[in-house]
Unconditional design. Sequence first.
Length: 373
Amino acid sequence: MAYPAVAATIVVAVLATVVGLYALRRFERPMGTRFLEKLKDIDEVAVLLHPNPDPDAMATGIAVASLAEQVGTDPTVQFAGQVRHQENRAFETVLELDIEQIDHVSDVAAEHVVLVDHNRPRGFAGSDSVLPFAVVDHHPGDGTGEVFTDVRTDYGATASIVAEYFENVGAKPVPSAKHASEVDAPYTVPSTVATGLLYGILTDTKRLTSGCSAADFQAAGFLYPGVDEERLDRIANPAVSREVLELKARAIAGRDVRGPFAVSDVGRVSNVDAIPQAADELVQLEGVTAVVVLGECNGVVHLSGRSRDDRVHMGRTLDSAMSDVQDGSAGGHARMGGGQLPLNDGAIRTEFGGTLSREDLAERLFESMSGEV
């Protein structure tokens, strides 16, 4: 009489095992497969880049748009701010990117929003009201998407993550001399996308020499067959403006060097993108292992830091130095970081009612790089 009960128990156990294995298999599916399935479920999507986008952000944006198009979802790539750095402008122009500038949340092209290369909406009026559908990023932060989140801080570039998505779904890069119809694969990586993603990886990892992982090398190798070398060279070697060269010279001439650390205040600038370029130049000086360059533009002091010193995590260094600055923001990775300090009546205000002179700011930066803050 007990046999039916035993049989029922066995059947339930088998079903539970099957369901469990199915759930485990679904959970273990590659992130690219899961991301593509989420894109298939919607009719249109707005792919938002971070403000003043760099090649990693722009490349990731057009790559996500390409994935969306290949599953029948209508994408629009958008950004706030401007594309300013000459290298970034060359990237946009040479690859003939179709990206749209926005100023207000009402300009966002679709209800479903994918954030790439940042994990919290910012840079335009009403950005706080945006609830991202998905987030794909390699920067530290706690921003998440409603249905999909993939933040990998151990990757050197978000472009590497999205390149991996293409590989996950069996896509093949399309050589620049071929048409997508000539490639036998369920999905493809258009040559423009492959070229952009590779350059995004190269820029965010200093040509695969800093802050990168095995995954970045793997992604670069995967993309290579589809790279247009002629376009890549045009992006990598744009003309440098006289203003940028002059600002680099000011940063070097006005540097304050203390041991292995340097700080340079370049004063007022009209092109804030020249500040990180000056930092890149200054950190190459013999004997200098960590630098911060600061300059003022439109009532805001902009900081850009670079480190090749294992003792100095630049993101934490800047965040620590700016911890009590009113309305200030700073952060970044181990090797690079940035910050913005708004001026109030021409002065940097602290949260305790005091002011911070530019000289005091420089002292703080030295102390923070030395680990004294």
